[in-house]
Ligand binder design. Structure first.
Ligand code: NAD
Length: 473
């Protein structure tokens, strides 16, 4: 199912890296070698950008309806290969099959949603201050889109960028995460089978600092759309910003879930566990801060710790990530936080027992940095105002949840919390394909992915002034 060697896909052709080098990809579930991916660099990116540049004008000549039809075929072929695609994701990430199947379905839904936009590519007509004028707005593609993404949900990560970027008439150069090369190869192969012309979707495999950086620095990449960590995002914004390329950043979170004293505690505890630990906590929307009212704190803590101990630990993506998390927890306890459970390395593969700490101060490193793993922190507060102050005292602002049966508290929280998505009485999670998703502060640059909002990332609005009779102009 997964070839031993994963090449680039440039101009529709499987292409090894110019360097001839390969990178080992290990299976997170047991640490064994899974495959090797092409170690690409600036020369490979050069060829991929040229292929994209050459293919883009003809693709943009097709109508949105035609482009939507091709993308519908791609979504349907991904659905037809659901089991295979999900098995690839399981091998690359170590996540449970059930989770991978759900993600494949989500990627398909994103494709079907965007494909439907072909018949709904609305602009606006508006009035002008001068007589005999009609003014209308139309979307136009940007050209070549550089798409760089994280590993955590490989197929949705590809789908959220590729479907809208290609639908809008751009050609794309994709740099998938080096941790999930095979799902990207499958996606691109399916795209070509579905009728996406050669050169419209190119995949360059390799490391971020090599292949990824070369895309960001390339003069002919008109847009860089990136999903990943804030540190990388900052460098991308500076680098692509210097040449005034459009940049869309979807970054990390330190998402908070607040449990008020009038919450349904069982419900809140099961959402907190799922939010903190599903996908081994490797979700941008993971609840890594759980803020609990004094009156219910002890009872809630007991349920949470008990629940965490009963979970089957899922592997994290790499040995390096696991080590980084263990070191951060060690520093946190040295700085005064108390470990309630976890912080233990488990076999086989790269597994960390679900970890809960309490007593960390809001200014401590662990309270302010994203670990992107199965580690969460408990905080004690007395009032909703205190909870809001604590939640908002963060560099990030992606998602936030509150558990309460008091409508006023729910609305007050929704109004005042600094986040791109707010959930009442549920988990911290992302959106559906038809809803925009993104954050505030260091969680992004204000763009929204998914929803029709995503089309604004991958197109520019053009204003057309029409004077039907030249004699009247
Ligand atoms: P990362 O920043 O290490 O890598 C992301 C991607 O960027 C990878 O493909 C990587 O190879 C590439 N990259 C790394 N350095 C680069 C450079 N200098 N130039 C260009 N590309 C470079 O992040 P990660 O560990 O893969 O992902 C985890 C992060 O992603 C977390 O912060 C998480 O919250 C975030 N994330 C955000 C969302 C969202 O929608 N907001 C969704 C998923 C993940």
């Amino acid at each position: 199912m997964i070839p031993n060697e994963i090449p680039n896909l440039i101009g529709g052709e499987p292409t090894p890296a110019v360097s001839g080098e390969w990178i080992d990809k290990l299976r997170p579930a047991d640490g064994a070698l899974l495959c090797r991916l092409a170690r690409s660099g600036a020369q490979d990116v050069e060829v991929a950008v040229a292929a994209a540049r050459a293919a883009q004008p003809e693709w943009a000549e097709r109508t949105p309806v035609e482009r939507g039809e091709v993308l519908r075929e791609l979504a349907l072929s991904l659905r037809a290969r659901r089991d295979e695609a999900s098995e690839i994701v399981v091998a690359e990430t170590g996540k449970p099959l059930e989770l991978a199947l759900g993600e494949t379905d989500a990627a398909v839904e994103m494709g079907l949603f965007v494909a439907g936009e072909g018949r709904r590519s609305y602009g606006r007509t508006t009035t002008a201050s001068m007589r005999h004028r009609t003014v209308l707005t139309v979307r136009q593609p940007l050209g070549v889109a550089g798409l760089i993404m994280s590993f955590n949900t490989p197929l949705p990560n590809l789908a959220w960028k590729i479907f809208p970027a290609v639908f809008c008439g751009n050609a794309a150069v994709v740099k998938p995460s080096e941790h999930v090369p095979a799902s990207a190869l499958l996606f691109a192969e399916l795209a070509h089978e579905a009728g996406v012309p050669a050169g419209v979707l190119n995949v360059v495999q390799g490391l971020g600092t090599e292949a990824g950086a070369a895309i960001v620095e390339h003069e002919e990449v008109d847009l860089v759309s990136f999903t990943g960590s804030a540190a990388t995002g900052r460098w991308i914004n500076e680098t692509a910003g210097r040449r005034l390329a459009k940049v869309c950043l979807e970054l990390g979170g330190k998402n908070a879930l607040v449990v008020c004293d009038d919450a349904e505690l069982e419900n809140a505890a099961s959402w907190a566990l799922a939010s903190a630990f599903s996908n081994a906590g490797q979700r941008c929307a993971a609840a890594s801060r759980i803020v609990v009212f004094d009156d219910v704190y002890d009872k809630f803590r007991e349920r949470l710790v008990e629940g965490a101990r009963s979970l089957e630990p899922e592997p994290v993506i790499s040995e390096e990530a696991l080590e980084r998390m263990l070191e951060a927890v060690e520093r946190a306890t040295a700085d005064g936080a108390s470990l309630l459970t976890g912080a233990e390395r488990l076999a086989p593969g790269f597994r960390l027992a679900p970890t809960i700490l309490e007593g960390a101060s809001p200014s401590q490193e662990i309270s302010r940095t994203e670990l992107f793993g199965p580690v969460t922190l408990l905080y004690r507060v007395g009032t909703l105002a205190e909870a809001l102050a604590l939640v908002n005292d963060s560099p990030y602002g992606l998602t936030a949840a509150v558990h309460t049966s008091n409508l006023h508290r729910a609305l007050r929280f929704a109004e005042k919390v600094q986040a791109g998505v707010v959930i009442v009485n549920g988990g911290t999670h992302g959106s559906e394909p038809h809803m925009g998703f993104g954050g505030v502060k260091s969680s992004g640059t204000g763009w929204r992915e998914a929803g029709i909002e995503a089309l604004d990332v991958y197109s520019d609005w053009k204003i057309v002034n029409l004077i039907a009779d030249p004699a009247l102009s």
